[in-house]
Write a protein that binds this ligand. Structure first.
Ligand SMILES: NC(=O)C1=CN([C@@H]2O[C@H](COP(=O)(O)OP(=O)(O)OC[C@H]3O[C@@H](n4cnc5c(N)ncnc54)[C@H](O)[C@@H]3O)[C@@H](O)[C@H]2O)[C@@H](O)CC1
Ligand SMILES: Nc1ncnc2c1ncn2[C@@H]1O[C@H](COP(=O)(O)OP(=O)(O)O)[C@@H](O)[C@H]1O
Ligand SMILES: [K+]
Length: 537
């Protein structure tokens, strides 16, 4: 478990953490001072050009407004022309104090509407329900400024975005960047499109989750760059193909060779030394033509062999360090028999179950009158190294019911399924979440862009996971590193393309080398910055 993971909190957890610090002797105003000062430093560092034209700050009546006044004071001290619009007078003691601190600096009057940088300090974690005037009117002004070309910076959360659920109230202005204080709020990761780039700033409470076992239930961890770099096995200068992981991908029913082709390409691009593609007979030629580096062979079970009970040695699979089954596997009897054989005869191999394999598991469980988790537990009882990678539709089928929309319930369902099935569960989505069979906290992977919302991108993810599995990573580590590099590659490709439309999965493959470098050599952040997640748009 990534003990040094970054905190991801609900609004209540963030408040509890602040209160704990205050109870332990940190002044609440000191926290606000630290938040506003670090935010101002980030603005001066990242937006000097825009600040030269002045800045408009929008302040609410609560402590989020207090943060805005501190930012105003610090920017004015740095020589920036600061104009503040107070949607309502400050009401909390800290916000009133911050306003008094800032008032000597507020000589430039109210926003003109022409500033190129706008700071949204209207509402933070205290937001509830629908937006009401006068805050709603101020939000509209922020949104108008954005439409007019201004860069919008949200303090802590975009005003009107629920820090816990990610629900976005009508009229909430989207941010280009959210400067988030102390902990990343869960809602930002759920509504990343609204939050933009997310920069986590240190307000003196430390970065890490650091054992808090009482709060492990349902808590979200965001692995930091150092964790990921540590998990990734280096490829030795004198490595040979046998030492870089030998993996097999089983799938590719006639007409669906593409799924295995994409998975095999991804596995090779994740550093696998040898990739076997075990596909239906008619798919062999397609694999050989498109991925000549992979070793293609036909499914070991043929209808006649299955019917007579003839055994095949599966010699290839026995030699592999990790297996993935499911991409393009198909849903017929042959596919089902092949799945059962692979699962039963290779219990000691790390295994990725994806796509049609998940569909078939639900089908077999239905036929047997049992639950999918119970079947998985039975199938995998001698080996805990199994990762299942459902998307929402596949997970619903495994559960036998719709996946809950609310994140707390969704996380509970995933954790329960993982513990009952004895498997690591990676639920794809925005964000992707991973639960382990030991019932530990949820690991969240927030990376990615809609460039991944296209057929084949899940197959690519399976290939990345199985390759890392084959290189000796534990299930959680393999799943999280793979999902991170997948999402990071999409972010880099989207940036390079200047948008999503026009790009294909090929662009994501092309960006994989740069994405691996980001994982291998995590950038060090400027002082006061704990994390920096690029905008998904
Ligand atoms: N000591 C602390 O707890 C710290 C808090 N900080 C800041 O404080 C923020 C939380 O401050 P508060 O708890 O004062 O809350 P906020 O400042 O987020 O908002 C509270 C105010 O907004 C109003 N409001 C709530 N929902 C509304 C809606 N839908 N429409 C219109 N008005 C609405 C409330 O009536 C109240 O006046 C954090 O997000 C962060 O920015 C930081 O300064 C760091 C330290
Ligand atoms: N809008 C999005 N933003 C970020 N990631 C996304 C988005 N849409 C899809 N993804 C990612 O793309 C992958 C899609 O997987 P999946 O639906 O199984 O694809 P397929 O079955 O077509 O191969 C998952 O990793 C998912 O998290
Ligand atoms: K805000």
């Amino acid at each position: 478990m990534p003990v040094s993971a970054l905190r991801v909190t609900t609004a209540a957890e963030a408040a509890a953490r602040d209160h704990a610090a205050i109870a332990a002797g940190t002044g609440s105003f000191d926290l606000m001072l630290q938040a506003g000062t670090t935010a101002a430093a980030a603005l001066l560092r990242d937006h000097a050009g825009r600040l030269a034209h002045g800045v408009a700050l929008f302040a609410g009546s609560g402590n989020n407004g207090g943060d805005a006044y501190i930012v105003a004071a610090q920017l004015a001290r740095a020589g920036v022309a600061v104009r503040v619009h107070a949607a309502a007078p400050p009401r909390t003691p800290d916000a009133i104090r911050a306003m008094h601190l800032a008032s000597p600096a507020l000589v430039h009057g109210v926003p003109t509407g022409h500033e190129r940088l706008v700071v949204d300090g209207l509402l933070g974690t205290g937001h509830k329900g629908e937006l009401r005037d006068p805050v709603l009117a101020a939000c509209t002004r922020v949104a108008l400024a954005r439409d007019g070309g201004a860069t919008v910076i949200a303090l802590d959360v975009p005003s009107g975005l629920d820090a816990t659920t990610g629900d976005v109230a009508e009229g909430s202005p989207a941010a280009h960047t959210t400067l988030c204080f102390g902990t990343i709020k869960r809602g930002l990761l759920v509504s990343r499109g609204h939050a933009g780039r997310i920069v986590l700033l240190d307000i003196g409470l430390g970065a890490e989750f650091g054992g808090d076992p009482d709060r492990a239930d349902g808590a979200w961890h965001l692995p930091n760059g150092q964790d990921l770099a540590r998990w990734l096995p280096p490829i030795a200068w004198n490595a040979h193909k046998g030492r870089r992981g030998r993996i097999a991908i089983v799938g590719g029913h006639e007409g669906m060779a593409g799924a295995v082709i994409l998975a095999a390409r991804a596995a090779l691009a994740a550093g696998a030394g040898l990739a076997h593609a075990i596909v239906d007979g008619p798919s062999v030629a397609a694999v050989q033509l498109t991925v000549p580096q992979a070793l293609a062979e036909r499914w070991p079970v043929r209808e006649s062999a299955a019917n007579t009970g003839a055994r095949d040695d599966h010699t290839t699979l026995h030699r592999c360090d990790a297996l993935a089954i499911g991409p393009g596997l198909g849903r017929g009897t042959r596919s089902s028999q092949l799945l059962e054989r692979v699962v039963n005869e290779h219990r000691d191999r790390p295994l990725v179950l994806d796509a049609d394999a998940l569909w078939l598991i639900a089908e077999v469980a239905n036929t047997l009158g049992t639950e999918s988790a119970a079947l998985l537990r039975h199938w995998t009882r001698h080996s805990r190294a199994v990762v299942c990678t459902p998307h929402e539709g596949e997970f619903a089928r495994l559960l036998g019911t719709a996946v809950p929309a609310a994140w707390d319930a969704r996380v509970d369902a995933l954790r329960q399924f993982a513990t009952r099935g004895g498997v690591t569960m990676l639920l794809k989505g925005t964000p992707t979440i991973v639960a382990t069979p030991d019932g530990g906290p949820i690991t969240v992977v927030p990376h990615g862009t809609p460039l991944l919302a296209t057929g084949g991108s899940g197959d690519m993810l399976s290939g990345l996971i199985v390759a890392l599995f084959g290189q000796g990573l534990a299930p959680l580590e393999a799943a999280v590193c793979a999902a991170t590099v997948h999402g990071r590659a999409a972010e880099l490709a989207t940036k390079q393309l200047g948008g999503v439309r026009g790009g294909t999965l090929e662009a994501v493959f092309d960006a994989l080398p740069s994405a691996w470098r980001l994982l291998e050599h995590p950038v060090s952040f400027p002082p006061g910055v704990l994390a920096d997640l690029p905008s998904p748009a």
